[in-house]
Structure formats: C-alpha cells, structure tokens
Unconditional design. Structure first.
Length: 190
C-alpha cells in the first residue's frame, strides 16, 4: 500500500515491492548471518544507493527488526519498517545513501538480524537495490579527465595547424567567389 509522502510507483513499481529476499528464523534460533550483495563499481566515483524495503513477509506489524549495512558500516540499527510506514504491513519504504566504492572496487550491501529480532519471525528483508554512478570531480563518468578538457586540449594542441588551414580555405573560397562573380557578370551568365 503506497502512502502519501512515501515511496510511490514512480520510485519503486509494484514488482519491486512484491518480491523480496528474506532471512527467517526457525524454531527458537535467530540466524547468525546476513544476506549480502557485492556489486563491482569503479574506484574514484561516488554512488547513489537506494534500498527498497516492504514487509510482505511478516504476519503482524512490529515483528520485524533488522540491521542494514553499507560497505560494512551499520547504516540502520534495529530498523522497524512498521514504524517507518505508520504501522502498515506491505507498505513501501526506501532509503538513499551516498557512498564510495571500497578500496577493492566493490559496493557491499547487507541486511541481517538485529538484537531485537524475534524467534519464529522474519529477521531481515530487502526488496530491491538501485545504484547510480555519479560523475567525479572532473565532471566525468569515464576516467580522470572529462570530455570538455580533452576537447580543449586537442584544440590548443592543433590550433597551429587548424588556424592556418581555416584561413587558407577562407581565402581560396573568397577568391573563387570573386572570380565567379566577375566572370559571371562579364559573360552575362547571371
């Protein structure tokens, strides 16, 4: 159920929130592990990370508490989706993070049980992840130099050839046009 002021179908369509990866405890044991995704990213760039959550697995509000990690750092501790969605189940919520890839060129996302997780309940959930690469300090999406810098450098490096060439072509065209106009008028061709 989409709520006013929260996630919308434009932010995350139904097929994002109707599917999920879930950790669920069995019996009285709460799992001692996380669901982890590793995404390869380029070093030297920042990334906009959007994580989509929707509790489509719990039987009642207030039963799901879990931790969210980004690049090994705790991003949310004891996240309670029912609190974030006004105690409604199956109501979308998303969280945005600005992150850098780690030193090995990875972006790591994990969800796992918290110290408030309950036995025989869902212990973590993640419905979707979006990652946007942001341009670097040079304004480039591909490398240390932006295209504008490359173009300006090329123009400067080739100005010695380009400028005389443009001047020579301009002179040749004007001489040609002058000949056409003078001879064209004299022979009555116009």
């Amino acid at each position: 159920m989409y709520q006013m002021g929260g996630a919308s179908r434009e932010v995350g369509p139904d097929n994002v929130y109707n599917t999920a990866r879930v950790i669920k405890s069995s019996d009285h044991l709460i799992p001692n592990g996380n669901l982890t995704w590793l995404f390869q990213v380029e070093k030297g760039y920042s990334y906009m990370l959007r994580m989509h959550f929707c509790d489509v697995a719990s039987v009642a509000a207030g039963m799901l508490y879990f931790n969210v990690y980004v690049n090994g750092n705790l991003a949310y501790e004891n996240l309670d989706l029912s609190y974030m969605t006004n105690r409604l189940l199956a109501s979308p919520f998303y969280a945005d993070f600005l992150v850098d890839g780690d030193s090995s060129g990875n972006l790591v996302v994990s969800v796992g049980p918290s110290n408030m997780s309950l036995p025989r309940a869902v212990d973590a959930i993640l419905n979707g992840v979006e990652i946007w690469k942001l341009n670097n300090s040079m304004g480039s999406f591909d490398g240390e130099v932006c295209s504008d810098f490359v173009w300006r450098s090329w123009r400067r490096a080739h100005a010695g050839v380009l400028l005389p060439l443009v001047a020579a072509v301009s002179v040749a065209v004007s001489v040609f046009l002058e000949e056409v106009v003078l001879h064209g008028v004299a022979c009555g061709c116009f």
